[in-house]
Design a protein around this ligand. Sequence first.
Ligand code: HPA
Length: 272
Amino acid sequence: MIPELAETKTAIESKSNGRKPAIGVVLGSGLGSFADQLEDAVKIPYAGIPGFRPTSVPGHAGQLMIGSLRGKTLAVLQGRSHIYEGCTAAEVAFPIRALGVIGVKTLMTTCAAGGINSQLRVGSLMAIEDHINFTGDNPLIGRGSSEAGNVKFLDMTQAYSSRLLEKLTVASDKLKLGLRRGVYMAVTGPNYETPSETKAMAWLGADAIGMSVVPEVLVARHLGMEVAGLAVITNLAAGISGRRLSHDEVLETTRKVSENFNKLLEEFIANL
Ligand code: HPA
């Protein structure tokens, strides 16, 4: 264990009232309201956790919440850092290492994304079934097999668990939310894509595009966690509708969809 992680573990455990979350959730842009449903939650601001960076983007609260929902104990990261904020993929994904060290075994990571596939609409929910890392960075660079159980050349054949994908689908069917499945492509941002980039990404096999998720999933898989991903399609990717893209539109869509998003996540977690 690297020393900083030991400090991180101590800092979190000293504030978590002895609770041992086995499920971790990362809440993306504008999706933080899910955490309001937690019962008996403790809130630990990122500023108080060694190795965590305070979030700087509107829509990201920047706190770790540990609490329960439908009989499950959860560790919820309300907000995340991004590569475009000036940090490396390894720094972005550090909170996932923290979740690992406090005992999280299952990770659900969520995000806002731009829809590329014509089946996706603004407001669609998309289960991530695979990803394309187009960020040019990787949080596993420099990580050998020295951490117990980790491998140097990580297999990514099934990064997103088909078991969890099925559970998400069952939850969506029950609630009639019309969940889609697709491939998420990650870029660094901070600018949105050009229309030509949208075409190129479609050609490369991407269904949706965003600026997060991938560093976290790489670290989670390296630590042996079972992973699921859920994207809210907040806008169509540049060039599809001809409209200009803005973070305000992203937040506006997440606000409208958050009720369905929260219900889906709750139903999924209840049946884990
Ligand atoms: N592109 C990249 N990231 C995004 C988008 C987009 O269109 N929408 C939300 N996050």
